[in-house]
Design a protein around this ligand. Sequence first.
Ligand SMILES: Cc1cc2nc3c(=O)[nH]c(=O)nc-3n(C[C@H](O)[C@H](O)[C@H](O)COP(=O)(O)OP(=O)(O)OC[C@H]3O[C@@H](n4cnc5c(N)ncnc54)[C@H](O)[C@@H]3O)c2cc1C
Ligand code: FES
Length: 419
Amino acid sequence: MTVAQLLAYIAVALLLQVMAGVAFAMWRRLSTTVGPASAGMEDVVAAPSAPSGAWSGWREFRVVRREFEDAAQTQCSFHLQPVDGAPLTPYQPGQYLTFSLKVPGSVAAASVAERSITRCYSLSDRPDPTGYRITIKRVPPPEAQPGLPPGVSSEYFHDRVHEADVLQVKAPSGHFFIDPDASVPAVFIAGGIGITPMMSMLRWCVAEQPERRVHLYYGVRCSSDHAFKPLLQDLAAAHPAFKLNVVYGNPGVDDVLARDYQHVGYIDLALLRRTLPHGRHQFYVCGPPPMMRSLVPALREWGVQADDIHFEAFGPASVRPTASASTEPSVVISASMAVRFSRSGRTLAWDGQDANLLDFAERHDLAVDSGCRSGSCGACQTRLLSGVITYADKPDHDIPKGHCLLCVGKPQSALVLEA
Ligand SMILES: Cc1cc2nc3c(=O)[nH]c(=O)nc-3n(C[C@H](O)[C@H](O)[C@H](O)COP(=O)(O)OP(=O)(O)OC[C@H]3O[C@@H](n4cnc5c(N)ncnc54)[C@H](O)[C@@H]3O)c2cc1C
Ligand code: FES
């Protein structure tokens, strides 16, 4: 063997060693990184895996039990089991189910035939292979317009869905769910029925990560609206790492401070500053529009990183992305960015104020269907007659050719939509 050959062998051996080292390090990294936040392995418990066995389309579920969760009986839980008896898809605590309902036509609108509607309801318990639970609040007409009909789906569930009834359900989906990194305390902030995804995350945390510090701030009017009251009190008594902060806006005469609730007023930054320990927290916010509008920007102003603030709106978007919070590439707005809604006969100028075309349509009082508002359920799907739409992320819902999703789409050119 020549000296040159020997040197070549040594070089190849060294190269192989380096490659093996790099491959091992990458394997270690892939197998230990579970959530977006970095943490030691000892702090990470895998959340139930993403819905790999999820079914596509609709699946039949039977209502096996229903029960009220509040004294006023406006919030009702429905326990569901799959009719086919096959195992249930695991889900991420915080996700929701999508329902297709055939509801009676509106007598007021002179249409008595059944019609289909799509609505989403958060799973309100931790993952359980035997069944799902959702909890639905009855939605009355707006206070200022008592003559309007009440909420269609919530009224249908409360008045017409009984035990043994069968419902059409899409697999769990949604991007609002718990980060499994147990080293970062979680702060759940719920207003009214916004408690449902928090119940799922909270129940998962105390079962799987009993040492993790978890704070729940739950705002309701008074004890009659206070859902899951005995369960929350039992959890707080049994789990020292869980701090319960119930905030009554208007306590009843029989409501007792420290027994029924911990604070009076509203959940605001002052309360969080007063009661939360120093340090990094992950915030999860779900509540009525005024709460979302005030609290989410307040958290950002307080200095909480955008990645540590998770929120979900149950209705029309109430939180507008701020320039600093958004990571999306900005869409170039041109004078020709006209959006025509052909069925409604209106042409509007896209001015970039809205996060998506659904918010844009609603801001201009156009009636468009919606469900999840996050690209999963397909309820806002509309025919795209001309133009180009852009999506920041690929939507979960498979969009048929020639169609688009308003809730996650933005125009990239002038558009003509069928809506
Ligand atoms: C991801 C997600 C998760 C959700 N999770 C939950 C949950 O866990 N629990 C829950 O209860 N809800 C949840 N929701 C909300 C739920 O999907 C429904 O939006 C809610 O039940 C209301 O639907 P509805 O059909 O009853 O009301 P709608 O029929 O949509 O009516 C809504 C309101 O509009 C009023 N209205 C009726 N006609 C008019 C009119 N002409 N002009 C103006 N107003 C009118 C109604 O009186 C009512 O107040 C969730 C929503 C999303 C997007
Ligand atoms: S509202 Fe569900 S996909 Fe748009």
